[in-house]
Design a protein around this ligand. Structure first.
Ligand SMILES: C[S@@+](CC[C@H](N)C(=O)[O-])C[C@H]1O[C@@H](n2cnc3c(N)ncnc32)[C@H](O)[C@@H]1O
Length: 267
């Protein structure tokens, strides 16, 4: 007698790309999966950790060429779970940070399928962190905003302008195509000298980092030929990057509580 299929879904965050940044729980889920549905941002190195014999399904989505619409992915999850058992839904970063993880979970719940969550390291914190740039730093800022550069309508989120009015670090995801417009918003608010950086493919061998300020970042990014997937980080904390002094020799940061410069860090 064959065992009955017990449908189950595990929503797993794969982190920013480096397979060593997977959690132990994520690794265990990949070892136990019957099927893995993965996104474009999941690296090959991470896929190498999937149990041999598991079915791998690429449902990768990139801004202008959707391989599968979200609705199809929702249905695929349910169908694979009902026909094969344990489905791991593997997403870049954390599934609940601009990951549509909740929609997939809610869809599965309509069919009574159990969904476990395995959070991942989100690129919004991990990618700047790997550069030595903390999203918050005592004496420099009191919050950080994670904003999407691309809303459903295709326009820039109004939250970019709100973040620009604060002293927060802004971490903008999916904003590379709007980089110039985002810098214009900061410039219009008198922040053309604010430190800013772009990191493309953070934590992977293809990583590119561009450092500068609001007024010169777009030009430097074009020269470095950096594009998606990339995050944009804007705020005084960017000046703590160990190479910031080389990139912007004249930058002197003044925090509320005194002078904070990257000279505090010896490299
Ligand atoms: C659909 S969002 C998903 C975010 C993901 N859930 C997370 O928590 O990181 C995709 C965007 O995340 C950012 N991103 C994800 N991984 C990245 C990486 N390794 N390096 C730079 N940016 C990354 C880019 O802005 C990309 O366009």
């Amino acid at each position: 007698m064959t065992n009955p299929i017990i449908p189950k879904i595990t929503l797993v965050g794969a982190g920013p790309g480096d397979p060593e940044l997977l959690t132990i729980k994520a690794w265990k889920a990949l070892q136990q999966a019957d099927v893995v549905l993965y996104d474009a941002l999941v690296s090959d190195d991470v896929l190498d950790m999937v149990r041999p014999g598991a079915i791998l399904v690429d449902v990768g989505k990139r801004a202008s060429k959707h391989t599968h619409p979200q609705e199809d992915i929702n249905w695929m999850l349910v169908e694979y779970a009902m026909n094969h058992g344990h489905v791991v839904r593997l997403k870049g970063g954390d599934p609940f940070v601009f990951g549509r993880g909740y929609e997939e979970m809610a869809h599965a719940a309509m069919f009574g399928i159990k969904v476990d969550i395995v959070p991942g390291l989100s690129s919004c914190i991990a990618v700047p962190g790997l550069q030595g740039v903390p999203v918050t730093c005592r004496g420099i800022n009191e919050s950080f905003w994670v904003v999407t550069g691309t809303t459903r309508s295709g326009s820039i989120s109004k939250d970019v302008e709100l973040a620009a009015q604060s002293s927060a670090t802004a971490v903008i995801l999916m904003g590379m195509r709007k980089l110039g417009d985002i810098m214009d918003i900061y410039t219009a608010l008198g922040k053309k000298d604010t430190p800013a950086m772009v990191v493309q493919n953070g934590s992977t061998p293809e990583e590119k980092v561009v450092l500068g300020r609001v007024h010169n970042l777009s030009e430097r990014v074009a020269m470095a030929d950096a594009s998606s997937p990339g995050i944009i980080v804007i705020g005084d904390v960017v000046a703590l990057h160990p190479q910031y002094k080389q990139a912007e020799p004249n930058y002197v940061a003044l925090s509320k509580k005194g002078k904070v410069t990257n000279e505090h860090i010896s490299v």
